[in-house]
Design a protein around this ligand. Structure first.
Ligand SMILES: [Zn+2]
Length: 453
């Protein structure tokens, strides 16, 4: 009897183990099944290590990558412009749609496995706009991003240098022309912001210095701060706060940084979302950083976007969208929809949003950034579009041309576009990066019009 009892317990233990194992398997199958199906060892969906299902399209149905035939877009400019979104054949570009959305392309579901055939993916970008951005960069390294700040849809996301994935160059390693070619600069690039950071200092000053809007300032072209000399390209003379931003006066902004203090600027860089990583349809962006300086000189320079501050172009894009959106930042996204063979949509892209800054502060920033365009860059450059913007010309070391930045948005409910452009060693921010924005915005605006019709 004693023996029988012992056996019964053993049997019960085995049953419990089996049930537990089955439950664990089911849980993992439901959770990770799509990853297993999309795994490179699954010969049903891979051939010679290449995905053999599904097609990636742009927002209006132009083929960007046909996984069945393994071929890219017909146009060479489109192939180069979308390389970082689609990925290369060798798999060197890690954060690409083909890798991150492999489970969607494979068409996995927990009941049918992959038997139902591959799915198609529509990205939010427009192929022709990406090609135009690639051409506007004109062989220079940099990043161009334009998105709909209401929906989060990225219409344009181009990183250079790039190459044609149909004809990858042989001499990439050690060739300065291809430096960092496998990085998508829009999502993982980190740059000194230069004067575009003055937007952060401006937000802090608007909220923390009560009389900021009625103050008057004076610039003699240089300012001694501790051991450092802060300089402007010329003496800006007497000015109010709006003019200090429009003229991008380093002397005024360095003084404001000292008045605000490093901890306050750090807090605003953080609430601007510039120090966090975002999830762009599965792609993780790089987090920027703001370091609180030890002395007044460095603190002054940090307020004008120099010193050790680094920002990511996509984070800048979201911040611009947030200012346009009364303070709510919508995370950019790349996935428009996933469809099955019949054309039925089985998944749509989603964007997270979070409040970055107060609506009242953003209202004031809009007016200041609009004023900057009107008095400094020339509103006619952007035609009928009500553009609010800030340029940046970020010093990157002696003997090197500065990086050229241009960030901003269209202040218009019916044309909710924000942009973030950086041209490495491009020179003047408003002329070079601003010129690219002026070239691309009308086409981007036309895309929103077509979508409404
Ligand atoms: Zn000045």
């Amino acid at each position: 009897m004693k023996q029988l009892g012992y056996r019964a317990i053993m049997v019960l233990c085995f049953i419990a183990l089996l049930a537990g194992g089955t439950a664990l398997f089911c849980a993992r199958y439901l959770g990770d099944g799509s990853d297993w199906a999309a795994s490179r060892v699954n010969s049903g969906v891979y051939e010679d290590g290449k995905l053999r299902r599904g097609t990636i399209y742009d927002r209006d149905g132009d083929v960007l990558f046909d996984a069945v035939g393994g071929s890219y877009a017909d146009s060479g400019a489109v192939r180069k412009a979308t390389l970082h979104l689609i990925g290369d054949r060798a798999g060197n570009i890690s954060a690409s749609a083909t890798k991150l959305m492999a489970d969607r392309l494979v068409g996995f579901n927990p009941i049918m496995g992959t038997a139902m055939g591959g799915h198609d993916i529509f990205l939010t970008v427009e192929a022709s706009l990406n090609a135009a951005a690639y051409q506007a960069l004109d062989g220079r390294k940099g990043a161009v991003a334009i998105y709909n700040y209401k929906t989060g849809e990225l219409l344009c996301s181009v990183s250079t240098p790039t190459f044609d994935p149909e004809k990858p160059p042989k001499e990439i390693e050690g060739n300065s022309k291809y430096e960092g070619v496998y990085l998508n600069r829009v999502f993982v690039g980190l740059y000194a912001p230069g004067s575009v950071f003055k937007i952060v200092t401006t937000a802090a000053a608007l909220e923390q210095i009560p009389d900021i809007e009625s103050r008057s300032f004076s610039c003699s072209g240089s300012l001694e701060l501790g051991e450092h000399t802060i300089t402007c390209p010329k003496a800006h003379g007497e000015m109010d706060f709006a003019r200090a931003l429009a003229k991008s006066c380093n002397c005024v902004y360095a003084q404001l940084a000292v008045e605000l203090g490093g901890e306050t600027l750090q807090k605003y860089a953080e609430s601007a979302g510039l120090q966090e990583r975002m999830d762009v349809s599965g792609i993780k962006t790089a987090a920027g950083s703001y370091t609180v300086a030890e002395n007044e000189g460095d603190l002054g320079w940090s307020g004008v976007g120099q010193y050790q501050t680094m920002v990511n172009p996509a984070a800048m894009l979201r911040l611009m969208g947030a200012i346009a959106n009364d303070g709510v930042g919508v995370t950019p996204q790349l996935l428009l929809k996933e469809t099955v063979e019949s054309g039925r949509t089985v998944a749509s892209g989603r964007s997270d949003s979070e409040r970055l800054w107060k609506a009242e502060t953003c209202e004031k920033l809009k007016a200041l950034m609009r004023n900057t365009v009107v008095v400094e860059y020339g509103a006619e450059k952007f035609g009928q579009l009500n553009v609010c913007a800030k340029s940046g010309t970020a010093e990157v070391g002696e003997g090197k041309r500065p990086h050229s930045w241009f960030v901003g948005f269209v202040d218009d409910e019916n044309c909710p576009l924000a942009f973030s452009v950086i041209v490495e060693n491009g020179g003047s921010g408003s002329a070079v990066a601003g010129g690219i924005v002026a070239k691309l915005l009308p086409d981007a605006a036309a895309l929103l019009q077509t979508a409404e019709e």
